[in-house]
Design a protein around this ligand. Sequence first.
Ligand code: ATP
Length: 201
Amino acid sequence: MPLIIGLTGGIGSGKTSAAKFFAALGASVIDTDEIAHELTQPHGAAISAIWQVFGENFITTEGALDRKKMRSLVFTDSASRQKLEAILHPLILMEAVRRITLTSSPYVIMIVPLLLETDDYREMVQRILVTDCDKQKQVVRTMARSKLGTQEVHAIMAAQITRQKRLQQADDVIVNDSTLAHLQQQVEALHQKYLALSSES
Ligand code: ATP
C-alpha cells in the first residue's frame, strides 16, 4: 500500500495548485471533489439515490445532479446536507480506495477539503498536509477564480474549521502566502520527504 497523504486547507488556500505540482513530480493525486463531481454527472453512481431521497426536481433533464438547486438547499438546510453526505461519502470513499489500490506510486496525495471537519477520511490517511495562507489572500484568490462574492466566500470560510485548529492538526504545512514558485519549492521538498517516508514504511 502506498503512503497516503491527506491534503486539506481552507477555500482558496492552494490545495489544487499544490496537487498539480505534486502530480508533475509523478505523485498520484486523488481528488475527492472530482470524484463527487463524477458521481453526480449524468447517470453517475449517486444519481438514483439522490433521485429517491430528494426527488426528480433535483435531477436535470440530462440525468445529472442539479448542482445549483442542491447547493442552495444544503446551504440553508443542514438535515438535507447530511442526507446528501450520507449518499455521497460512502461512494466517494469506495472510489478513492479503488484508485489507491490501482496506483503504483509510492505515495498518494488525497485532496479532501473537509478532512478535518468530518471523520470519514481520518483513518485512511497517514499524514495530514495543510495548505495555509492568510484570510485576505483566501478571499481575493477565491473571488478571482470563481463567481462567488465576498459575503459568500466569508460564509463558506465561517462553516469551515478555523485556521488555527487546522494548523494544530497538520503534520506538514505549505505556507502559500507568496508566489506560485514558492509553493512549488515547498512541494518539491515535501515530495522528497514523502518518498523517503514511503521507503521506510
Ligand atoms: P478551493 O478550496 O476553492 O478548491 P484551493 O484550495 O484548491 O481552492 P487553488 O484553486 O489552488 O485553491 O487556488 C485558488 C486560486 O488562487 C487559483 O486561481 C490559483 O491559481 C490561485 N493561487 C493559488 N496559490 C497562489 C499563489 N501562491 N500565488 C498566486 N495565485 C495563487
